[in-house]
Design a binder for this molecule. Structure first.
Ligand code: ZN
Length: 309
């Protein structure tokens, strides 16, 4: 595998937050209280994020003083304390200057730091909404640790935020072609790397081997870790690999992929030029995996072909 190491400055979207999570403040109410005057809050309405234009817009946390025990403290961002709180439609309507937008749809236009804070807020709100009751005894939970623990007093169980690991893999063959797949329902011409959830009791490497076999009937003979990306849609962390596979003709199972095929750089370049080939946008780990493979042996970088970074 000749693909070079991944340059950290090219991390995919939702990474590289300048936010300091400062976990010790989750149990330090006094520290949070002292920082309240300049603190801000990210209201989240139906998992939509508050924006003004393409910029994250926050509100003074003081406005929510009576409800901060229900808010989740995210950390310190640009020296300011940041909370997030779920709000109702009626509340959201009180702030006409904010428009609440879908993070996934807006991510391509956002500043990386804003996108990272929104991804964190969205993931925490999603987790908290789904753990209002204890999974063991069914009684109501209550937030502690500034919203980072949901505690069941009835049976003494503490619930912690979770991310579901999911792997993405860019497979090359010995001719240095790239294996891409299409899921049913994707727009015409859209292709991406293969992906799958890590199952309980399974290593990520085993997931790579299993999914490439299940989805394309290709045997993986080697792999290397590439990079990762939080993916709060709703609760994943994506773990990216480069792999080498047998140069067999891919065979798809209809309940997994609609199609899978090997692509040369020339095919991809020609498809992009003629607009008959598309892939996920540049903030995604999928794009970065394809780009890293493409660029290590191409006259012109992939970003030049799609016209943006
Ligand atoms: Zn319980």
């Amino acid at each position: 595998m000749n693909i070079p190491d991944y340059p950290h400055e090219r991390t995919p979207g939702f990474n590289a937050a300048t936010l300091d999570r400062k976990a010790e403040w989750r149990t330090d109410e006094q520290a949070r209280e002292q920082a309240l005057d300049s603190a801000v809050l990210v209201p989240v309405c139906r998992y939509r994020m508050p924006m003004r234009g393409d910029v994250l817009e926050t509100l003074p946390a003081r406005q929510f003083a009576e409800r901060l025990d229900q808010a989740i403290w995210l950390g310190l961002w640009n020296q300011r304390s940041v909370y997030t709180l779920e709000v109702t439609d009626a509340e959201a309507a009180q702030w006409p200057e904010l428009h609440f937008s879908d993070l996934r749809g807006a991510a391509m236009r956002l500043q990386p730091d804003d996108a990272a804070v929104m991804a964190y807020a969205r993931a925490m709100i999603y987790w908290a909404k789904r753990h209002r009751y204890c999974g063991r005894c069914g009684k109501a939970t209550r937030p502690t640790h500034a919203g980072h623990v949901l505690r069941c007093d009835a049976c003494d169980l503490e619930h912690y935020p979770r991310s579901d690991p999911s792997m993405l893999v860019q497979v090359s063959d010995e001719q240095d072609r790239c294996l891409l797949g299409r899921q049913p329902g994707w727009p015409p011409g859209m292709w991406s790397v293969l992906a799958g959830f890590v199952e309980p009791g399974e290593s990520i490497e085993d997931t790579v081997i299993r999914e490439v076999w299940e989805e394309a009937r290709i045997r993986v003979t080697g792999m290397r870790y590439f990079a990762s990306q939080p993916w709060p849609f709703p609760a994943s962390v994506l773990i990216g690999y480069h792999a080498v596979g047998d140069a067999e003709t891919p065979q798809v199972e209809q309940d997994e992929l609609e199609a899978a095929d090997w692509f040369s750089r020339e095919q991809i370049a020609e498809g992009l030029r003629s607009k008959s080939f598309f892939m996920p946008p540049p903030f995604t780990l999928s794009f970065r995996l394809i780009e890293a493979w493409y660029d290590h042996n191409a006259a012109q970088p992939l970003s030049a072909l799609i016209g943006r970074r």
